[in-house]
Design a protein around this ligand. Sequence first.
Ligand code: UTP
Length: 274
Amino acid sequence: MVRKCLFPAAGYGTRFLPATKAMPKEMMPILDKPLIQYGVEESLAAGMQQIAIVTGRSKRAIEDHFDISYELEHQISGTSKENKLAGIRHLIDHCTFSYTRQMEMKGLGHAILTGETLIGDEPFGVILADDLCVGNPEPVMSQMLRLYKKQPACIIAIEEVPLSEVHKYGVIDGEELEEGVYKVNGMIEKPSAEEAPGNLAIIGRYILLPEVFNTLRETRPGKGGELQITDALHTLAKQEKVLALKFSGMRYDCGSVHGFVDATNYFFALYRQS
Ligand code: UTP
């Protein structure tokens, strides 16, 4: 029912300089797998097999990653290393990948609007690969899709954060309809603790209706002079078209050193147990 998933991956990743000077943030590995591969796995698990990626300068490694490397495969064929490529091969075999380029980094809303050419007129998932999610019991996008199937609307994933942290996020004003599901009345991008309507912060997972594109076109640049998806969703929330899901599981902000190290420790602990 939702076949496509958009990966805005054009940002500069300034919080992770100098690592991200020439290398895409999305290619930074947690153990031996780049962040964006975790995201594509989550997308495929939710049945979204058509992967649409918005890239920018210095992002070519992403395209190469989701392609077959014949020389490499030939080299390791028949050796014990062969199965190291099994996971990425599975994604290549089960997904399609299409790309478009964001020429100027004018914000997440602008990146999503740039992706319209790949999405067209249908609902779609959005995954920000630097938000690495470990859903429990099922991946976060699958949890969101379950809600979407019951109530087709824009669905945004949220989590509680300390009030001292709300200035880093979009924050919703909502009323709880059932456990963990909120009707969103409005939202605000990076508010101060005083301005914030609460502490329910938007994280990097969305299911969006295609009308978001027109709304984005009509939205003026907001915080930081960037076109904010939060501002467009605020407009749609006023039309009662937005639900928020407090997902179950963990999220690591791998765009920050702190979150990246936490995620690495989490996956390394799992790896040691296996
Ligand atoms: P972030 O603000 O986390 O990413 O944007 P950033 O700008 O790359 O990182 P910092 O803050 O400078 O360290 C959230 C997501 O939106 C994408 C980013 O790639 C990231 O996945 N994005 C952001 C774009 O694709 N284009 C933009 O113009 C801005």
